[in-house]
Write a protein that binds this ligand. Structure first.
Ligand SMILES: Cc1ncc(COP(=O)(O)O)c(C=O)c1O
Length: 440
């Protein structure tokens, strides 16, 4: 049942010689052989030469169906004709314009039309930059120094918030005080003094901690993890109610979750956050981040008159090529696209459940919008602790086996769907999953 890791790694090496040579050569000039630290879920990276629709083509002449979706960013798939056309038109006008373009007002309109919480929008280069900016905004707006975030939630490589990313079974449950643990060395030591860690989906403990710290708390940052955790929307509603009552700002991280519906996770949960941060799909494949909210909060970024005390900028923030790609993406995210993705998601969700049931392997599948995650455990995935109890060794072998069958899903985000996929792509994944579970 499922080949051994050793066997799979050997097979991987055999079929990816050009990628292996590239990686070996690049080890001299790039830390770990790669240009960024997010490619390590296979023995070595596969070098891609072309991405089109839901397909990736590598330098060893192999084809993959892309269930990774560039870290969830490419909801319309790769090289979508409308996005490529918009980018080409923008590029034809120059790469950087030294001044605003008319795309700025147009993209703002796309957000304002969708989100009752958003009256104004600001663009950055990444989700991380948006999270850094939002952390400064909430402190500057409230005059308070502390921010609360949930153990397990990631909000980019932000010194203010990159604490307690790793959660193990039972690490935070029912704990009234969760010690802040910086995710990495090199983070400033004083950071611990300004962060409060909350347990996910535990309203009683959250309420106790938040009430106790209300006078110092500027904001709660929250990502509801649709398609990744199975958290009731009541928890989001509870957070909104609590923060409103206590005069604490509520920041929703929609960097990934915006793809779960036309109005993101806030639309699904029917809440109005004070500030939202975005990334990934809002740049249509170009480097991007954005921050949105009501004018009364966003105007702290208004540097057109006397100083507000806070400035946000960036040489390439909101560059017109990113705006063109983001605008074309948002304009082409029609209700039909969401319906299509929803149908594929449901088919994949049910198919995975059936397969593991057939083989008596404990399994919980969580899905929402266009993300499907599988956990090899019988516990409901109502928080990060439950998710971390999944049989990771077996799942790693299954994923590597699938990679060898042309299923690319390498980011630890589960299976991420995109518009060009069809029923045949889902069937193909399910057939391969059945096959690799039986392989020896
Ligand atoms: C929920 C969430 N917030 C923020 C970020 C940071 O975004 P970026 O990678 O664009 O800096 C990520 C990145 O994966 C994310 O998943």
């Amino acid at each position: 049942m499922v080949k051994s890791l050793e066997k799979l790694q050997k097979e991987f090496q055999k079929v990816n010689p050009k990628s292996f040579n590239e990686w070996e050569r690049n080890k001299k000039t790039l830390p770990g052989g790669v240009i960024k630290g997010a490619y390590f879920s296979s023995p070595y990276p596969i070098y891609i030469s072309k991405a089109e629709g839901c397909k990736l083509f590598d330098i060893d002449d192999k084809e993959y169906t892309d269930f990774s979706n560039h870290h969830t960013a490419m909801i319309l798939g790769h090289s979508h004709p409308a996005v490529i056309k918009a980018v080409q038109e923008a590029v034809n006008n120059g790469l950087a314009l030294s001044a605003p373009s008319i795309l700025e007002g147009k993209i703002a309109h796309e957000f304002i039309e969708r989100f009752p919480s958003i009256e104004q929008i600001r663009y950055t280069n990444s989700g991380t930059e948006s999270s850094i900016t939002a952390a400064r905004m909430v402190r500057a707006i409230t005059g308070k120094s502390k921010i609360a975030k949930f153990a397990g939630n990631y909000h980019g490589f932000n010194d203010s918030l990159e604490f307690n990313l790793a959660v193990s079974p039972n690490s935070t449950s029912n704990s009234e005080f969760i010690e802040p643990v910086p995710a990495w060395s090199g983070m400033p030591q004083y950071g611990e003094k300004n962060i409060i860690i909350l347990p996910m989906n535990d309203p009683e403990t959250v309420e106790m901690i938040v009430r106790e710290n209300k006078n110092e708390l500027a904001a709660i940052f929250f990502d509801g993890k649709p398609g990744i955790l199975d958290i009731p929307i009541e928890f989001t509603k509870f957070l909104r109610k609590l923060t409103s009552e206590l005069g604490i700002l509520f920041v929703m991280d929609e960097v990934i979750s915006f793809r779960s519906s036309r109005t993101g996770y806030q639309g699904i949960a029917d809440v109005i956050p004070d500030i939202s941060i975005f990334g990934k799909i809002v740049g249509g494949g170009m480097p991007v981040g954005a921050i949105g909210g009501a004018t009364k909060f966003m105007n702290i970024l208004d540097n057109s008159g006397p100083s507000t005390g806070l400035s946000q900028s960036g040489t390439f923030a909101g560059n017109h090529v990113t705006l063109a790609a983001g605008l074309a993406t948002m304009q082409n995210l029609t209700p039909q696209v969401y319906t299509h993705l929803d149908q594929l998601r449901e088919k994949l969700h049910n198919g995975i459940v059936d397969i593991f049931k057939n083989y008596n392997i404990p399994c919980k599948v969580v899905s929402k919008g266009s993300i499907v995650n599988t956990y090899l455990t019988d516990k409901p995935i109502t928080n990060f602790e439950a998710a971390s109890a999944s049989d990771k060794d077996l799942w790693e072998r299954i994923m590597l086996s699938l990679l060898l069958k042309g299923i690319y899903a390498r980011d630890g985000m589960g299976f991420v769907l995109s518009e060009p996929m069809g029923v045949k792509d889902i069937d193909n994944l399910l057939e391969n999953l059945t096959y690799v579970i039986n392989e020896n």
